[in-house]
Design a protein. Structure first.
Length: 177
């Protein structure tokens, strides 16, 4: 049994080292050939949690086998229990919070249609200025032109009417109360 425990421990440590040190490079070099290893089924079946549990199973098995007088069946059961608890702990304390914290800051220019912004560089009747528009959690600055062909002064609130290439065509925002 010592060989199985030692193999699980060393295999888990090697997996961690290879994935941390060589993970991105190896994935790029093999052009995604190992993508089948990422399990897309149940959310708890994450490679990090599974390999972490296997590593703890190996380490706990070695410790229990060498430092206790328990029988092989009890040692295996306790090692499996430790491995499962470690896998669940890794998933709950690390993997799940990391999945929830991933936010994209990307957006499409087409998403700006109807957005409200503010003029940061005055927009002449026939020419270009600049507007700031709130997108997700930040402000973005875009080249803008007047949709109506009128001067729009600095600080005026505007609405994006249309997007022409990379230029926002804006109009003064006039809210009636």
């Amino acid at each position: 049994m010592e060989g199985v425990f030692l193999g699980c421990l060393i295999g888990g440590i090697l997996f961690a080292v290879v994935s941390v040190v060589l993970g991105d490079w190896l994935s790029l070099a093999l052009d995604g050939m190992l993508d089948f290893l990422s399990l897309d089924g149940h959310p708890i079946l994450q490679p990090m949690a599974i390999v972490g549990g296997i590593t703890v199973f190996g380490g706990a098995g070695l410790l229990l086998e060498h430092h206790t007088s328990l029988g092989n069946a009890i040692v295996i059961l306790l090692a499996i229990l430790c491995g499962c608890m470690a896998a669940a702990g890794i998933y709950i304390l690390y993997v799940r919070p990391m999945e929830r914290s991933e936010n994209s800051t990307g957006y499409s220019m087409q998403e700006l249609n109807g957005a409200i912004g503010e003029v940061t560089v005055p927009i002449p009747a026939a020419g270009f200025g600049e507007v700031s528009v709130k997108v997700l959690a930040g402000l973005t600055y875009h080249i803008a032109a007047s949709f109506d062909g009128v001067l729009i002064p600095l600080g005026t609130r505007v609405v994006v009417v249309r997007i022409d290439a990379h230029t926002l065509l804006v109009s003064k925002l006039e809210l009636e109360l």
